[in-house]
Write a protein that binds this ligand. Structure first.
Ligand code: PMP
Length: 358
């Protein structure tokens, strides 16, 4: 095999923001069963490391286009992390101050990343769940005249997934089977936007949606109340704290409601967080694909679907972000800082620079 060569991208970029999207679909060669062909759309390739770069960029640019966002105006948003990191990147590149509200339980590295990108992070109490951070952001926007990014209600969310994520899938699978597309939801932007495209141009693709087994709020059938601006006015009674950060807030977002009302998914498959964590670890250790808990959970559902999928089925699984965002979370539980006994035994096996375990 001769050395690999690369040829450059054939263009220069004016801004990091021009590198958002066009993420690769990558074949899973080792851990997927042989009778199916499994691809992952790996959103960690976005410059901010997650799928939410797409929405962050469009929320700001759509508001710039129609004058809702003024030069230098402060942007505020409630986010479990990836939207905040995406918005921090976009606001840094375009020169807007950003304030993010976030429940105190989300991973510490997410807060630090946002602060590193120049944002202010305001923590909200765990007891008040996602609804607390959301109410805080809305209140700050109203009292200070800030621009509320409103990822859970804004049409700019699903629209960008229709215009980019969905189109990319069509292009990359042109002339090829695509039997299943599998995704989770946080705001629902990914599923609502991509499903618009698939339902129209790939009607044979089965859309599989998933949510945490212990917070199966869509499966419960109860839709939480909302105000005239489509904002939730209560915490969903079926919600429980779950380890799949970025998925299922404690209400059914308006952006997701589009997918529910239009029958944009063929099956809902709830998944327990620990199964997602196990698959995320396998994707990293056996495929070299380093994704977070939501990616592992979406992949876990794909592996369940694969069990009964016909021979030759082609599946595409959304992997929303990079695993580096989870160092202080259950994803890394049991990953040692010091040397393990096995590693120390390797150290002791030759004379130089020996170290004890620990
Ligand atoms: N996974 C992670 C890690 C996320 O941050 C998000 C977005 N909150 C999602 C999945 C779900 O994406 P969407 O908001 O488009 O439904």
């Amino acid at each position: 095999m001769s050395i690999r060569t690369t040829g450059g991208r054939g263009r220069l970029y004016d801004s990091v923001l021009d590198t958002v999207g066009d993420t690769p679909c990558i074949r899973i060669g080792r851990i997927a069963p042989a009778h199916v062909e499994v691809y992952v759309k790996f959103e960690a390739f976005n410059p901010g490391g997650s799928v939410k770069d797409r929405l962050a960029l469009n929320i700001i640019e759509a508001a710039e286009r129609d004058g809702r966002l003024k030069p230098g105006q402060t942007v505020v948003e409630a986010t479990s992390g990836n939207t905040g990191i995406g918005l921090a990147m976009v606001c840094a590149a375009k020169g807007y101050p950003l304030v993010v509200t976030m429940v105190e339980t989300f991973s510490v590295e997410r807060r630090k990343l946002m602060r590193f990108l120049g944002a202010k992070v305001v923590l909200t109490p765990k007891a008040q769940k996602g609804f607390g951070m959301y109410t805080k952001a809305r209140e700050l926007a109203e009292e200070n005249g800030w621009f509320f990014a409103s990822q859970f209600e804004t049409p700019d969310n699903a629209d960008i997934h229709e215009a980019t994520t969905g189109r990319e899938i069509l292009a990359d699978f042109e002339g090829k089977r695509l039997d299943y597309w599998i995704t989770g939801y946080g705001t629902g932007g990914t599923v609502s936007g991509v499903a618009r495209v698939l339902r129209k141009d790939r009607p044979d693709t089965r859309i599989i949606l998933t949510e945490p087994a212990n917070a199966a709020i869509v499966s419960s059938g109860y839709v939480n109340t909302r105000n005239d601006a489509h904002q939730p006015t209560e915490s969903h009674p079926s919600f429980q704290p779950h380890p799949i950060q970025g998925w299922t807030p404690d209400f059914i977002p308006w952006v997701l409601q589009e997918a529910i009302d239009n029958g944009y998914y063929d099956e809902m498959v709830p998944i327990p967080g620990p199964e997602g964590i196990a698959w995320s670890r396998r994707l990293a250790a056996e495929e070299g694909i380093f994704t977070g808990i939501s990616g592992g959970s979406t992949f876990a559902v794909a592996m369940k679907i694969a069990e009964t999928a016909p021979e030759g089925s082609v599946m595409l699984v959304m992997l929303p972000d990079t695993g580096e965002r989870y160092l202080s979370t259950p994803l890394f539980e049991g990953i040692e800082e010091g040397m393990t006994d096995e590693e120390a035994a390797i150290s002791m096996s030759t004379p130089s620079a020996q170290m004890e375990p620990g």
